[in-house]
Each structure stands twice: as structure tokens, then as C-alpha cells.
Design a binder for this molecule. Structure first.
Ligand SMILES: C[S@@+](CC[C@H](N)C(=O)[O-])C[C@H]1O[C@@H](n2cnc3c(N)ncnc32)[C@H](O)[C@@H]1O
Length: 233
């Protein structure tokens, strides 16, 4: 099974198969629209992947600049979102180094990509400075009153929510305690055709251990917990 970064460089189609099965109850879509009136907003999205989060808001907004480090993911997203092409720009950019976009944006959103930069860190101090950079990059192009939304995992195929490892625990604590983000937890469960399909698709992305634990659950619905961190600047 390939490593996650290799998936983002070469296997956007298989990644998309996974995320299209997620949140079959539409809890994330509902929470995003309860939290923000998206009508006519100008948006920047970090780590856009295949456009799963973009699809949840693109019909309402005026425009979105979709960033990702992997050109392969950007190419896939551009095709997948082509019916909205007049509203979209695609930009190859690392979350740790988003170029200055001249301000004036209403909202920054990212889903499940800031956590990668945190997981790459070696020490708690490094996590804290990477968190400062990520939060700076999420806010620097927003106008006063702009909104930041960060979506990150609180556990896959687990019965209770929580940071899956200590690095994310530090990141989430920094967001809440140092940077003043508010957090909400939701279920964004996957629904597949069968338990075997769940094990195949989830195993491809998360690895053999996840494949085996999904098979043990013996269900086509697999729990996923998601945290949404928000802040108005
Ligand atoms: C788990 S996927 C999430 C994609 C999408 N947001 C979604 O919800 O399906 C992570 C994405 O973040 C991108 N990514 C990972 N690290 C990144 C970084 N440091 N800067 C920008 N993008 C990054 C990957 O290329 C990948 O497309």
C-alpha cells in the first residue's frame, strides 16, 4: 500500500473514492451552512485535494482559490469541479508558504491538510511554531471580520472522538488555547456498498491495520469523527 504523500502524487482517483463515501448523513455540509452564510463570499481553500470540501460550498460563493501542494490533486480537482470553473482558480502552494494574495478575502477553509504539517514535526516546540505559521497563513489574506474554518480528524473507525495521536493533541490545544479557536465535534461516517468494499477502500488509504479493523467491524458503515475549529478575525 502506498504512503499518504504518494497517494496525493499519484492516486487522486482512489482518494476520491474514499472521501465520496464519507459523511453519508451530510453532517458536515449542514454544520458548515449553519455556521456561515456562504452567499457571495470570496474564499481561499488550503489542501483542496480532489475538491470534497469545495463541493460543499461552491454553489453559494462568489469565488474560491483552491491551493494544494500536489499538482496531481489540483489537476483532479480542476476536472471534478469543472462545472464551476468560472468561480475557481487553482494554485500550487504549501500551507506553510501560501503566497500573499493581496488581502480582501472573506473566508479561509482547509480540511484534513494542516494536520499533515503537524504530523511531520519531531518535537512539541516544532509543532507549536508550525501551528503559528499555519494560523498566520490562514488569516493573513482575510479582511477584518473574516472567518477561518479548519477541519481535522478526531478519529477513524473509533467509537469515541479524540485526537488520534499526541502531535495532533498539541496542535488542537494550541488552536484552542493560544489562538482562540472554538471547536465542534461531529460524526462524518462513511457508507460503503459492503464491509469488504469498506476494507478495500479504507485499507488503501489508511493501511493494512485499518483494513483488518474495518473487517472486524463487519459493517458497511464505518465511524469517522471530525472536529471543526472556527475563528473570526
Ligand atoms: C487528506 S487530503 C484532504 C483533501 C481535501 N481537503 C479533502 O477534504 O478531501 C490532504 C490534502 O492536503 C494536501 N497537503 C498535504 N500537506 C500539504 C501542505 N503542507 N500544503 C498544502 N497541501 C498539503 C495533500 O496533497 C492532499 O491533497
Amino acid at each position: 500500500m502506498p504512503e499518504m504523500y504518494e497517494i496525493y502524487e499519484k492516486h487522486a482517483d482512489k482518494y476520491d473514492e474514499l472521501v465520496r463515501a464519507e459523511d453519508y448523513q451530510n453532517n458536515l455540509r449542514n454544520l458548515l451552512h449553519e455556521t456561515v452564510n456562504w452567499r457571495d463570499l470570496s474564499v481561499i481553500e488550503g489542501g483542496v485535494g480532489t475538491g470534497r470540501v469545495t463541493r460543499l460550498y461552491i454553489e453559494q460563493v462568489a469565488s474560491s482559490i483552491c491551493c494544494d501542494r500536489a499538482q496531481h490533486m489540483l489537476d483532479f480537482a480542476q476536472v471534478a469541479l469543472s462545472e464551476h470553473e468560472e468561480k475557481l482558480k487553482f494554485l500550487r502552494a504549501d500551507n506553510l508558504n501560501i503566497p500573499d494574495l493581496d488581502g480582501g478575502f472573506d473566508l479561509f477553509i482547509e480540511g484534513w491538510s494542516f494536520g499533515h504539517s503537524v504530523s511531520d514535526c519531531s518535537t512539541a516546540d516544532e509543532i507549536k511554531s508550525v501551528t503559528d505559521i499555519l494560523v498566520h497563513n490562514a488569516t493573513k489574506d482575510l479582511k477584518p471580520g473574516g472567518v477561518v474554518i479548519l477541519l481535522e480528524t478526531l478519529g477513524t473507525n473509533l467509537d469515541f472522538p479524540g485526537p488520534p495521536h499526541e502531535k495532533l493533541n498539541i496542535f488542537y490545544s494550541e488552536l484552542e488555547q493560544k489562538h482562540g479557536f472554538q471547536m465542534k465535534k461531529i460524526r462524518t461516517d462513511y457508507q460503503f456498498q459492503s464491509n469488504e468494499e469498506a476494507a478495500r477502500i479504507m485499507g488503501f488509504f489508511f493501511g493494512e491495520k485499518m483494513c483488518q479493523s474495518v473487517l472486524k467491524r463487519n459493517n458497511a458503515i464505518i465511524p469517522e469523527w471530525t472536529g471543526m475549529w472556527t475563528k473570526t478575525i
